[in-house]
Design a protein around this ligand. Structure first.
Ligand code: AMP
Ligand code: GLY
Length: 419
């Protein structure tokens, strides 16, 4: 069958690499894709946010299945539009994707279904928000309600920082996405990302990962979309997994059905492992980026098979096998990210970098210039994954590959998986 992957980042590169190996995949397309993805798929110059154009291209290329990578098209209803045109779509409806699209919806949902989470309140008024901060006392977290590319969350250490953040967000700091904000209790613990495949009330655990969200070593600096990841999380145990399924994932799936918004596709629950048990930090309605670059290389069964069974309401029949190896990925970003940066610097000879087996360079924000050189266009540009028997070994291999990449304008954390 012909398959289209929507998106053009490292996550979509990982999806393309995995799906391209399936015998069921006849032709693979990506919209818009990137130079890395173009080694596995035909890239179509098309915005991932133009539903109508995507449907037209599906008809033109006889595409039967669309795998939607990023959250923006999901929240904008691409899966619904495809299904209405009788094209299979992997990803939730816009109504279900609200779990990611509105942080208030997610918080209110958890409250209604008794899913563990920090205390919170929603505001559109500065003074009321500041009064709540006053009442909470010390640290708090201020979040834009809507989508902000992973940057709309500020963990505030002082009251002044909280007040400034409230003013910044409510005066349009993230456009309409921060017209409404959430102020919530700051909770502590290790973070764990849980990935499940959900079809209405049916939940299949896939894998765990640990993201490294801050820009700099030692978890310093601003939040980013993710500067590196490992899978599985070093905190995953059978007991913890069962607990997360019972107390969080199953109640989410059931609650969404009761709300009349049955969830389908990947659910990514960002959790904090507090002394009082795991609590929800956020939900995402898709694979993570860069988590996909560590989860998918560990998947030994056929990803396309799994997606097709899921889309045909038969995910229970899927054989899902993950390698016992661990994977780590190191993100290389443009200097200045997540703030402003100088785009379009050249990454020299990236195709000539020698790769050990089980190492791979995923492209995120790359493009090709007119001379055919790879340039660094976006904030996060590459993610370098290594898979090995231990975190230590995977770390050594990933960083060895990173050291071979000839890109002056890049930076990366040197402490990914250093535990
Ligand atoms: P989010 O985009 O909601 O995942 O938030 C980004 C990061 O902010 C998370 O990975 C946490 O490190 C941090 N964070 C978010 N909410 C909280 C919270 N209530 N307490 C402590 N840290 C938080
Ligand atoms: N790495 C975080 C995310 O994909 O949202």
């Amino acid at each position: 069958m012909n398959v289209l992957i929507v998106g053009g980042g490292g996550r979509e590169h990982a999806l393309a690499k995995a799906i391209s190996t399936s015998i069921k995949c006849t032709r693979l397309y990506a919209a818009p894709g990137n130079p890395g993805i173009s080694k596995f798929a035909t890239c179509i110059e098309l915005s991932s946010e133009n539903n109508e154009a995507i449907i037209q291209e599906c008809k033109r290329f006889n595409i039967e299945l669309v795998v939607i990578g990023p959250e923006v098209p999901l929240v904008a209803g691409l899966a619904d539009a495809l299904r209405a045109s009788n094209i299979l779509a992997f990803g939730p409806s816009a109504a279900a994707a609200e779990l990611e699209g509105s942080k208030y919806f997610a918080r209110d949902f958890c409250k209604r279904y008794d899913i563990p989470q920090p205390n919170f309140s929603r505001f559109t008024d500065n003074q009321k928000a500041k009064k709540y901060v006053d009442e909470m006392g010390s640290e708090c977290v201020v979040k834009a309600d809507g989508l902000a590319a992973g940057k709309g969350v500020v963990v505030c250490k002082t009251k002044k920082q909280a007040f400034d953040t409230i003013d910044m967000m409510l005066s349009g700091g993230f456009g309409a996405a921060s017209d409404t904000i959430i102020v919530e209790e700051c909770i502590c613990g290790a973070e764990l990302s849980a990935f499940a495949l959900i079809d209405s009330e049916e939940v299949i655990w896939l894998a765990s990962a640990r993201d490294h969200k801050r820009a700099f070593n030692g978890d310093e600096g601003p939040n980013t979309g993710g500067m590196g990841a490992v899978s599985p999380s070093p905190d995953e145990t059978n007991k913890l997994r069962e607990h997360i399924i019972e107390k969080i994932l199953n109640p989410v799936a059931k609650g969404m059905v009761l709300d009349g918004k049955p969830y389908t596709g990947i659910l990514y629950a960002g959790l904090m492992l507090t002394d009082a048990g795991p609590k929800v930090i956020e939900f995402n309605c898709r694979f993570g980026d860069p988590e996909a670059q560590v989860i998918l290389p560990r998947l030994e069964s056929d990803l396309l098979d799994l997606i097709l069974l899921h889309c045909n309401q038969a995910q229970k029949d899927a054989v899902i096998k993950f390698s016992n190896d661990v994977a780590i990925t190191v993100v290389m970003a443009n200097k200045g990210y997540p703030g402003s940066y100088e785009p379009n610097s050249i990454i020299k000879d990236i195709d000539l970098v020698s790769l050990n087996t089980d190492c791979f360079i995923y492209h995120s924000g790359t493009a090709m210039n007119q001379k055919g050189e790879i340039i660094a266009k976006g904030g996060r540009v590459l993610s370098i994954t290594a898979k090995a028997k231990s975190y230590q070994k995977a770390r050594l291999e990933a960083y060895e590959t990173v050291s071979k990449i000839n890109w002056e304008n890049g930076f990366y954390r040197t402490d990914i998986a250093d535990f």
